[in-house]
Design a protein around this ligand. Structure first.
Ligand code: ATR
Length: 269
C-alpha cells in the first residue's frame, strides 16, 4: 500500500523536496508518494489535519510554518525541542511526532560531503532566526573551537547565546572587525532579498569555507566570499538533500544514498 507524504509551505511551488523524495523512494524500493501542498498562511494546522485524516503518514514543513509545527506536535525529539522549530512530522496512533533534521543535514553536508571537520575550528553563524536556531545545537555537538553568532538585531543573538548557556557568543556585525574565521555560514534571509550582511574585509582565514544555506543561484554572500579569500564557497543544496534523507530515515527506517541525488541536482543548477 502506498504511503503518503508532503511538504507544507507558503510559497512551496518551487520546492525540490518532491523530486528528492521520489528519487529516495526509487532508490530504496519504498512504496510512497510525496507532493508539495500550499497551506494558507492562517490555515497550516487545518491543512495538516486534512492531510492526516486522508491517510497521510508524515510531512515536511518549510517557511513560514516551522514554529507552528513545533507547537502542533504532541511529542518532540530532543533536537526539535532545542531548535524550537520543527521541519519533520510523523503521524502515528499516539499523535504527532515533531523532529528537526535541518542541523543534522547541515553537519552531514559539511563533514561528510565537503569533508570539512568542525572540531577546533572557528565558526561564524550569521542570522538569529529559525534557520540559525535549528543548526546551533548540532554545530556545537561537533566541538568547534568557538562559535560566534552575528545578527543585525544584536538582542536576538544575545538571547540565543544565553539559551545555549554561553557556549556561543552573540555579536553585532560591527564587532566582527579584527576577528577571523575558518568557516562562515549564512543563515540569514539576506540572500533571499539579494542583500549582503555588512562584513569586514578581512573576515576569512586563508583556506576558509563560506557556506550559504540558500541554493539555486550564486548569492551576494557567495560572491563576496570568492572576492575575499575563501578557498571554498558552497550553497545549501547538500544540506537540503541531507535534511531530506534524515526525514526519510525517520519515516521509513532506511537511509538513502544522498551523493547521486546531490550530484544530479548540482548539475541542473
Ligand atoms: P528564518 O526562519 O529563515 O531564519 P527569520 O526568522 O525571518 O527567518 O530570520 C531572518 C534572519 O535574517 C534574521 O536573523 C535577520 O536579521 P534580524 O534579526 O536583524 O532581522 C536576518 N536578515 C534578514 N535580512 C538581512 C540583511 N539584509 N542583512 C543581515 N541580516 C538579515
Amino acid at each position: 500500500m502506498t504511503s503518503h507524504y508532503a511538504v507544507f509551505g507558503n510559497p512551496v511551488a518551487h520546492s525540490r523536496s518532491p523530486l528528492i523524495h521520489a528519487e529516495f523512494a526509487r532508490q530504496t524500493g519504498q512504496d510512497l508518494d510525496y507532493r508539495a501542498i500550499l497551506a494558507p498562511l492562517d490555515g497550516f494546522a487545518a491543512a495538516i489535519a486534512r492531510f492526516r485524516e486522508a491517510g497521510g503518514a508524515g510531512a515536511n514543513v518549510t517557511v513560514p510554518f516551522k514554529e507552528e509545527a513545533f507547537r502542533l506536535a504532541t511529542r518532540l525529539t530532543p533536537r526539535a525541542e532545542q531548535a524550537g522549530a520543527v521541519n519533520t512530522l510523523k503521524f502515528d496512533n499516539d499523535g504527532v511526532l515533531g523532529d528537526n533534521t535541518d542541523g543534522a543535514g547541515l553537519v552531514r553536508d559539511l563533514t561528510l560531503n565537503l569533508k570539512q571537520p568542525l572540531a577546533g575550528k572557528s565558526l561564524l553563524l550569521m542570522g538569529a532566526g529559525g534557520a540559525a536556531r535549528g543548526v546551533i545545537g548540532p554545530l556545537l555537538a561537533e566541538q568547534p573551537g568557538r562559535l560566534v553568532l552575528a545578527n543585525r538585531t544584536v538582542e536576538k543573538a544575545l538571547q540565543l547565546a544565553e539559551l545555549f548557556g554561553g557556549r556561543i557568543s552573540g555579536a553585532p556585525y560591527a564587532a566582527l572587525a579584527g576577528q577571523r574565521f575558518d568557516i562562515v555560514i549564512n543563515a540569514t534571509a539576506a540572500s533571499l532579498k539579494g542583500e549582503l550582511p555588512p562584513l569586514p574585509e578581512d573576515l576569512l582565514h586563508p583556506g576558509a569555507l563560506a557556506y550559504d544555506m540558500m541554493y539555486g543561484s550564486e548569492t551576494p554572500f557567495m560572491a563576496w566570499a570568492r572576492q575575499h579569500g575563501a578557498e571554498r564557497v558552497e550553497d545549501g543544496l547538500g544540506m537540503l538533500v541531507e535534511q531530506a534523507a534524515e526525514s526519510f530515515f525517520l519515516w521509513r527506517g532506511i537511509r538513502p544514498d544522498t551523493a547521486p541525488v546531490i550530484a544530479s541536482l548540482k548539475s541542473a543548477e
